[in-house]
Design a protein around this ligand. Structure first.
Ligand SMILES: Cc1cc2nc3c(=O)[nH]c(=O)nc-3n(C[C@H](O)[C@H](O)[C@H](O)COP(=O)(O)OP(=O)(O)OC[C@H]3O[C@@H](n4cnc5c(N)ncnc54)[C@H](O)[C@@H]3O)c2cc1C
Length: 420
């Protein structure tokens, strides 16, 4: 009787899970990739879908297609709900699946700090559906302002609030300012879209807090030049249908976007494993779960320490490095070998502020302005999947750059009146 090959279940086909699957492509194991969505999403460009620069299909690809050349990989579209560590199976909405090795790469989502009801009024950006919903709310606000019967209502509808001054908040604020000041400038008759107020709220003392101070000051100045009202040390205390409450005052708004907190997927509760305050599983130095060397948690769902004890950031390169490492570790174990512990290599940080402006920290290199923007654009095009997408996105950006246009300005699935 032929010997059964070890079965590796990878939950989540984001940056980490896909990389783990690929690292096992030449190994004598059966790889099962389980994801609740049928596509892998390039999250760093989600804000461009939310602000009508790119279409969803330009930043997301079917997982099945991405793994079609890997004969030992099978893809199941299913949602994992629990893990039985003793019996070694995962519980999904399509039934149980048994494993010899388990890799959990289910990522993170936005956190409303215990106020999940705010999500209805200030959606966060994590999935394609979130991006198209935000796109709709921004474009609808302009449409409704054109119809508004009085100045106060018009002003409210033309006010956009972004909560959170990290990379996503900065990118969203810059992009909405460009839509208002350039793209839509001549498209309306009763309103002047250039009069829109874009307000970026950050609870801490500066935007882009993980970047060096000079770069975050530069980003703040660049945003202000673009007409964004940047308010640091300002905390949101509540969100409702017509705006946000602050620790000092209130802002009535046509659309609010949440880019503030992050919480890990519930992997820690599936595993009964220790976790940090953001719900990330405290893994061992080889990324395995304490007392379970056959179970690994990687990417945004894991709390990992760098060489100097600093936390490994929740970014795509970190998730990819962890995925590659765990794939190689499983391959080594199957071959009766071992590997040294995981080491994170920090590749730097970047954020774009708008056309012609971005900030980049890459090792000792620091870039800003147009050079930073070129670097940012090339880096993102390089990491997109497929030659066709690289061409389409590069061409779209070039076209938008020259014409100030945004081609994906579609309002779809308009909700009934009164619903965002
Ligand atoms: C708006 C935004 C902008 C970002 N910008 C940048 C950037 O510019 N640069 C950068 O480096 N990083 C950026 N990041 C962070 C980066 O995207 C994440 O660090 C990275 O995606 C983490 O990879 P992951 O594999 O851990 O999880 P993810 O890529 O989030 O993948 C998780 C996968 O698990 C699946 N899943 C979740 N739960 C289940 C379940 N119960 N059952 C089955 N499947 C499940 C999901 O469908 C998803 O496919 C950004 C993130 C966001 C949200």
């Amino acid at each position: 009787m032929p010997q059964q090959r070890p079965r590796v279940i990878i939950v989540g086909a984001g940056f980490g899970g896909l990389e783990a699957a690929k690292a096992l492509s030449r190994v004598a194991v059966d790889v099962i990739v389980v994801d609740r969505q049928n596509h892998h999403c390039f999250q760093p460009l989600l804000y461009q879908v939310a602000t009508a620069a790119l279409s969803p299909a330009e930043i997301a690809w079917p997982i099945r297609h991405m793994l079609r050349q890997q004969p030992n990989a099978t893809v199941f579209m299913a949602e994992v709900r629990a893990v039985d560590l003793a019996a070694q199976f995962v519980e999904t909405n399509a039934g149980p699946m048994s494993y010899d090795y388990l890799v959990i790469a289910t990522g993170a989502t936005h956190s409303y700090f215990g106020h999940d009801d705010w999500a209805e009024f200030a959606p966060g950006l994590k999935r394609i559906e979130d991006a198209t919903r935000i796109r709709r709310s921004i474009l609808l606000a302009f449409e409704q302002a054109e119809l508004a019967g009085n100045d106060a209502e018009r002003q409210r509808l033309l006010t956009f609030v972004i909560v959170g001054g990290g990379a996503t908040g900065v990118e969203m604020a810059g992009a909405i300012a460009e839509i208002a000041r350039q793209t839509l400038a001549k498209d309306f008759r009763r309103i002047d879209p250039r009069s829109a107020r874009i307000i970026l709220l950050e609870a801490g003392p500066r935007v882009l807090p993980t970047l060096p101070e000079d770069l975050s000051r530069y980003a703040e100045r660049a945003l202000t030049r673009m007409g964004v009202d940047v308010r640091t040390s300002t905390r949101v205390t509540s969100c409702d249908r017509r705006g946000v409450e602050l620790d000092h005052g209130r802002i009535d708004a046509g659309a609010a976007i949440w880019a503030a907190g992050v919480v890990a997927s519930p992997a820690a509760s599936w595993l009964g494993a220790p976790h940090d305050r953001a719900g990330r599983v405290l893994v061992r130095p080889d990324l395995s779960v304490p007392d379970h060397p056959e179970v690994f948690v990687i990417g945004d769902a894991a709390a990992v320490q760098g060489e100097k004890g600093e936390p490994v950031p929740g970014v795509a390169p970190a998730a990819k490095q962890m995925g590659r490492y765990v794939g190689r570790l499983i391959a080594a174990r199957v071959a009766g070998k071992s590997l040294p512990v995981f080491r994170y290599r920090n590749l730097g940080e970047l954020a774009t502020i708008g056309r012609r402006a971005a900030v980049v920290k890459f090792g000792r290199l620091r870039l800003k302005g147009f050079i930073g923007w070129l670097f940012w654009s090339l880096a993102h095009i390089y990491f997109l999947i497929g030659v066709k997408n690289r061409f389409i996105v590069a061409f779209t950006w070039l076209w938008d750059y020259v014409t100030f246009q945004r081609g994906a300005r579609l309002i779809t699935e308009v909700p009934p009146p009164g619903r965002g």
